[in-house]
Design a protein around this ligand. Sequence first.
Ligand code: FAD
Ligand code: 8RB
Length: 458
Amino acid sequence: MNTSTNRSITIIGAGLAGSLLAILLARQGRDVVVYERRGDPRIKGYERGRSINLALAERGRNALRAAGAEDAVMAHAVMMRGRMVHALDGRQQLLRYGRDDSEVIWSVHRADLNVVLLDLAERAGARIHFYRRLHTVDFDAGHARFIDDRDDQPHDIRFSTLIGADGAGSALRAAMQRREPIDEITEFLDHSYKELEIPPAADGGFRIEPHALHIWPRGRYMCIALPNGEGTFTVTLFLPNVAEGDAPSFAAVNSGAEAEALFARDFADALPLIPRLRQDWEEHPPGLLGTLYLDRWHLDGRAVLLGDAAHAMVPFHGQGMNCAFEDCVALATQMQAHADLGDAFAAFEAQRLPDARAIQQMALENYIEMRDLVDDPGFLLQRELERLLQARHPTRFVPHYTMVTFMLTPYAEALRRSDIQRGILAEATAGRSSLDGIDWKALDRTVYEQLQPLQGAH
Ligand code: FAD
Ligand code: 8RB
């Protein structure tokens, strides 16, 4: 039975956001109970599935630091210094993400990360119940029903406040939507993805450069690979669902053999590294990608959504988890600042909704950059100019990728500045094939006029 004070919080979902938020709220002295649909990943024999890795950036690290989890997570993380671009002829080129090794991203195991956070949540006093899938909610009575999917039995609880960290298919969101319109729209991308694996070399080492995020840009589609701790890489192929011009598509590649032929033609250097290509292709259907837009994230003080449940996004900026973690810190901070939870949730939504919209847009835009522009000479010239302008004006001209990935600049502010910078770069490089003859004085003036110093830049 719930004590129904505003110190009592029920979190739905013990994934990445749910487990991190449980730590933060339990440390505030709240009574935190978490319900998770799946089993406890710490129990031996739990089907861990394939190793899935995620790119952890500064926003995520900052939140882990706030929860006292950073060191445990970073102990197993693999540094990725930049994009390793694989040309069609097999040539590779590393394009650094930042100025040096202090500006890098980190590949971490989803399951390991989740286990670290679950342990810390329980140590902070949160109680986590597994095999409890949220089914229905009666907001007026303060009742929620969960189902144990092992035996289909219902389990009923009383709650005072629900926090939805139950991911893109959120059941709490569906319950809120039934109660009051929250103007939910999902825009599916007309591209999907397929996951494959590069196993370790015979000596157990990595078969390609471990300290990079590998990209095979092919114009309208691409392949990427992220390193895992144990010498493997998770490879993700992104393709249109149906044929666009002469580009391959999931509709046109219908068997493992056809997938192999596609790799032989377009990703020839990767093909020999993926021995299970045929089987993996045929065993797993393509995954859908989309953006979820909501106009409201809370129902007064009774329920609030965060992470993918509130704003699922396409993966191309590697910010879904990072944004979800940043949400957790923002929500915990607002709950500390406002005694009334309705006020706290309203403040959280007002603060984070514009930022979520901004990163959702930037994630869509980064697909074009990754799949098409990274080997375009005009684009590379703009990147060269961007670096030089950053060196001249380190507090004013901060590259887009740096603001999103290595800083805590609110996403909406990063987007606003990026748009200005994009205009400056496009105009200064228009019609040029090199930076010779650039009017630096005029450019410096433009930078001073259009870009104020950015907090945190150095
Ligand atoms: P989740 O982590 O999905 O957690 C939701 C939890 O709720 C799950 O444990 C689920 O079992 C549980 N649940 C669901 N329904 C119910 C219910 N009805 N009742 C109870 N529990 C329920 N982001 C990055 O920042 N960088 C990356 O490199 C990156 N790579 C990714 C790679 C892949 C293959 C995928 C799929 C995503 C990737 N993301 C990445 C995105 C990232 O995984 C998500 O944005 C992040 O996990 C969101 O956290 P969350 O807690 O909101 O949702
Ligand atoms: N979800 C990432 C980046 C940006 C890299 C860059 C991109 C796979 C599903 Cl597609 C992608 C990035 O601009 O050079 N950083 O981290 C992770 C990405 O995809 C992940 C692995 C992914 N996410 C469903 C599939």
